[in-house]
Design a protein around this ligand. Structure first.
Ligand SMILES: [Fe+2]
Length: 158
């Protein structure tokens, strides 16, 4: 979606992509914070990596707030999206590098399969909620739109 944003010219298209980027990232951050990060901390007692990841989430969410409360006519809009992309890239790299959070989680006695199921379940729940709150809903036909929107979002975020 970030690369689509880079190629987008019209404000409508940019606004639409930004909305989708922000809501996908919000859901992703929320499920990690609610489920994965606490489980990680409990299993590994690794406050260093855990806290750093939390702070990175906070930074990204602050930027997401700003993106959501402005629009493509704001002359810092594109810059915010591109800095957000860099933050996410850095964050994912930290999580995935060897000795990073995911590696340590795999090496611990965490039940990653069960956690994976919990994460997936919560993700679908949150996607359903955000589809009902609007955003997606407005563009869907009136009948059965929240189910449709949910399916659409699910397909996109998986
Ligand atoms: Fe994360």
């Amino acid at each position: 979606m970030f690369s689509e944003f880079e190629g987008a010219r019209s404000h409508d298209r940019k606004a639409d992509l930004a909305t989708r980027i922000c809501s996908a990232l919000r859901v992703h951050a929320a499920i990690e914070e609610e489920i994965f990060y606490p489980a990680y901390l409990e299993a590994t007692q690794d406050t260093e990596i855990h806290h750093e990841a939390e702070i990175e989430h906070e930074g990204a969410k602050r930027l997401i707030d700003e993106i959501e409360s402005t629009g493509p006519d704001d002359d810092h809009f594109d810059a915010r999206i591109s800095v957000l992309q860099e933050m996410i890239r850095h964050h994912v790299k930290e999580e995935e590098r060897s000795g990073g959070m995911f590696g340590k989680a795999r090496a611990s006695d965490m039940d990653l399969r069960a956690l994976g199921r919990q994460l997936e379940e919560r993700k679908l729940e949150l996607i359903g909620e955000s589809a009902e709150e609007g955003g997606m809903e407005r563009r869907m036909p009136p009948s059965g739109r929240s189910r449709g929107a949910r399916r659409e979002l699910r397909a996109r975020s998986s």
